[in-house]
Design a protein. Structure first.
Length: 129
């Protein structure tokens, strides 16, 4: 029971660290909105929509700084990297280093890693005999 309780606290702490990290990474990365509003818009390419609740909280955290994250969802990372290379995105938040380096090598992209956005748990199961 103590192990389960400790696991819950670990998840809570990791969640808080993740939200703070994303907020820090995005601060100052945006462009002014063309409509003249005070909010800075940061277009972030993501794959899928599973992490939308995280980004909703990020937007709440950044609201006081007048920064808004606009998610651009893709079905795969190849298209997201093309859009970032074309400067249609400010950032991407979906790929691991191996995929990024392979894309840079084969397509000659010149991306800069500015930080790690968040960690996604990998569920690994085994059958005990």
């Amino acid at each position: 029971m103590n192990q389960i309780k400790n696991h819950k606290w670990l998840k809570i702490i990791l969640s808080l660290v993740t939200l703070v990290s994303i907020s820090v990474i995005l601060t100052g990365c945006g462009k002014s909105n063309a409509s003249g509003s005070k909010d800075e818009i940061v277009k972030v390419g993501v794959v899928g929509t599973a992490d939308n609740p995280i980004w909703k909280q990020v937007n709440k955290n950044l609201a006081k700084d007048h920064i808004k994250v606009k998610l651009v969802s893709f079905t795969d990372g190849i298209l997201a990297n093309q859009e970032e290379s074309n400067k249609d995105l400010d950032l991407t938040a979906f790929q691991h280093y191996a995929f990024l380096h392979q894309e840079e090598k084969t397509k000659h992209y010149k991306f800069s890693v500015i930080g790690q956005s968040y960690l996604v748990p990998l569920n690994v199961f085994f059958k005990e005999n």
